[in-house]
Design a binder for this molecule. Structure first.
Ligand code: AMP
Ligand code: MN
Ligand code: MN
Ligand code: MN
Length: 277
């Protein structure tokens, strides 16, 4: 059976494997078509594509853009983007700039509750100095023994409402979708199950997303239950969106879902990869 995984992370953002190693793992797990979708950066695409070519695996250039919608943070994946696109590169550079300021504020917020050196510690764990994420802060908190695991780091310190969380404005949905389309890609609403928007909120987000040029929704995701996948399959039908699927793999031992392991899409939906390549 054809196996696609259109959502994954490397050390260019908060993944644990370098782009080539990620591609190698995907190939060895039987993935036929892989997208690398690092947060707010496309710096890993060339290495990943070269590795995929060498292994004879099909590869899609991707990115996962951080977006603010109302008072929520949502993620928009771009698939089939041209890594040379100036509009995309400039937009992502702006988001990374904001991310650096947020990381400083997170360091200050943690210092205020007695956790010192968090910005330096998180930065030291980030292979890409422009991409310090909450995941790096979480790994720092685990490494210093403050919490037993990444999950506890989010639950106690880094999730919204916890002391290390600082609010931040990312891109507007229309900006992120615009950059992706300017780069020739398809905009995909990532893991809608993570946003806890309720049926009405989800419909409002999808209406706006579709309106500004969004083309697909992740139906099957490493962070969706079977029930959520059914809910988002219905949303794809209702809004006439293509369906995507991806593990959202970050690293061995850290992600529950490994590469290639998202559940297959319902037969009646149009898979997003029919419009790629
Ligand atoms: P950031 O974009 O810096 O806010 O970091 C978001 C990343 O943190 C996500 O892409 C996930 O990889 C990770 N993350 C968010 N919430 C959790 C959680 N509850 N447990 C583990 N990882 C999480
Ligand atoms: Mn992540
Ligand atoms: Mn995400
Ligand atoms: Mn992701």
């Amino acid at each position: 059976m054809f196996c696609a995984d259109l959502h994954s992370h490397s050390t260019v953002s908060d993944g644990l494997l370098a782009p080539a190693a990620l591609v190698g793992r995907a190939a060895s797990r039987g993935v036929d078509l892989l997208a690398l979708t690092d947060h707010d950066d496309i710096g890993g695409l060339a290495e990943a594509r070269a590795a995929a070519d060498a292994l004879g695996m099909d590869f899609v250039d991707g990115v996962e853009i951080s977006v603010s919608w109302r008072d929520s943070t949502v993620h928009v994946v771009g698939l089939g983007v041209d890594p040379g696109s100036e509009a995309l590169r400039e937009g992502l550079a702006r988001i990374r700039d904001g991310r650096a300021g947020r990381a400083r504020r997170m360091g200050e917020a943690l210092a205020a509750i007695g956790i010192r050196g968090a910005l330096e510690g998180a930065s030291a764990l980030a292979a890409n100095p422009e991409l310090v994420s909450r995941t790096h802060f979480a790994r720092f908190l685990v490494g210093t023994g403050i919490v037993p695991g990444v999950r506890e780091a989010f639950d106690r310190y880094l999730a919204r409402g916890r002391p290390g969380y600082v609010s931040h404005r990312w891109a507007e949905p229309a900006e992120a979708v615009g950059w992706i389309r300017a780069a020739g890609g398809i905009a995909v609403l990532a893991h809608p199950g993570r946003y806890r928007l309720g049926e009405r909120g989800l419909d409002q987000l999808l209406a706006e997303f579709k309106d500004c040029g969004g083309g697909a929704i992740e139906v099957s995701s490493g962070s969706h239950s079977d029930g959520e996948a059914r809910t988002f399959a219905r949303a794809a039908r209702r809004f006439g969106l293509l369906a995507s699927l991806g593990s959202d793999f970050h690293g061995p031992g850290e992600s529950l879902t490994d590469l290639g392991c998202a559940a297959p899409l319902p037969d009646d939906l149009a898979p997003v990869w029919t419009r790629l390549c």
